[in-house]
Ligand binder design. Structure first.
Ligand code: IPE
Ligand code: IPE
Ligand code: MG
Length: 242
């Protein structure tokens, strides 16, 4: 049983993996897998908001995913475009704020404009922050952060001594988000694939064998129960925690 509101993770990050294999298993095209994956994303967003998760970050497209066949990339972009158009109403109705992390300059301009509009129109919503990681890669994010900080040091805006964890945090795309408490990856793969490396330094990891289109609220609940039964020690001893 999930203990609602007690020890609910403040920030859940999900690597939504397995759309292609789901489709293959059913003799369908990869496109169908991505379409079905969108349905899981919709359900998980709703459930997280309902149970009091304040921050949900979904890995929708990685910097490495640009290397996929152009046809698949185009399809993923058009799926994203359609879902954004149809989901704006839902986000507003459910008091959810949308934010984006990643290198948006690579995303087709019609989509980036729409993203900006939706982020603007939902910026005052405060039930939950939904962050979409699009054209996102943690290493790129860290490189950007280092460049920005180096620039400030060069221009005497900050001194080298001021560089600490909090300063680096402030220069990441995720500057407004808390650290990840629970990171979930579906499809049985046990890797992080360049997702929120800095922010997940002390996240609890949950690997589900479900392929993303099959991952529904009950699987999310069991991931949260698993999280709630862990002891997060942050380097301390068990005795210090209790
Ligand atoms: C995740 O499913 C969606 C994206 C990475 C965009 P995949 O497309 O990676 O599915 P598999 O891993 O091939 O099954
Ligand atoms: C990770 O999935 C990226 C997203 C879920 C968007 P991939 O399927 O691209 O990951 P790898 O390459 O197999 O690790
Ligand atoms: Mg995959």
């Amino acid at each position: 049983m999930v203990k609602e509101n007690t020890n609910t993770p403040k920030h859940i990050a999900i690597i939504m993996d397995g759309n292609g294999r789901w489709a293959k298993n059913k003799g369908l095209s990869r496109d169908q897998g991505h379409k079905e994956g969108k349905e899981s994303a919709k359900e998980i967003v709703k459930t997280c908001a309902k149970i009091g998760v304040k921050n949900l970050t979904l890995f929708a497209f990685s910097t490495e995913n640009w290397k996929r066949p152009k046809l698949e990339v185009d399809l993923l972009m058009s799926l994203l475009h359609n879902s954004l158009m149809s989901e704006l109403k839902e986000l507003k109705k459910n008091n959810i704020r949308l934010t984006i992390i990643g290198d948006i300059s690579k995303i087709p301009i019609v989509i980036s404009k729409l993203l900006k509009k939706i982020c603007d129109e939902t910026k005052d919503n405060n039930l939950m922050t939904l962050t979409l990681a699009l054209s996102y890669g943690s290493r790129n994010e860290i490189i950007n952060s280092v460049k920005n900080i180096a620039d400030k040091v060069k221009n005497n805006i900050i001194s080298v001594e001021k560089i600490d964890q909090s300063l680096i945090n402030q220069h990441l795309y995720t500057r407004d988000l808390p650290d990840v408490d629970l990171m979930i990856r579906t499809s049985g793969e046990k890797r992080i694939s360049n997702f929120l490396l800095w922010q997940s330094a002390y996240a609890e990891l949950h690997f589900s064998d479900e392929l993303w289109p099959d991952f529904k609220s009950e699987h999310l609940m069991s991931a949260i129960t698993d999280y709630q039964n862990r002891e997060r020690r942050f380097g301390k001893t068990s005795e210090q925690i209790t």
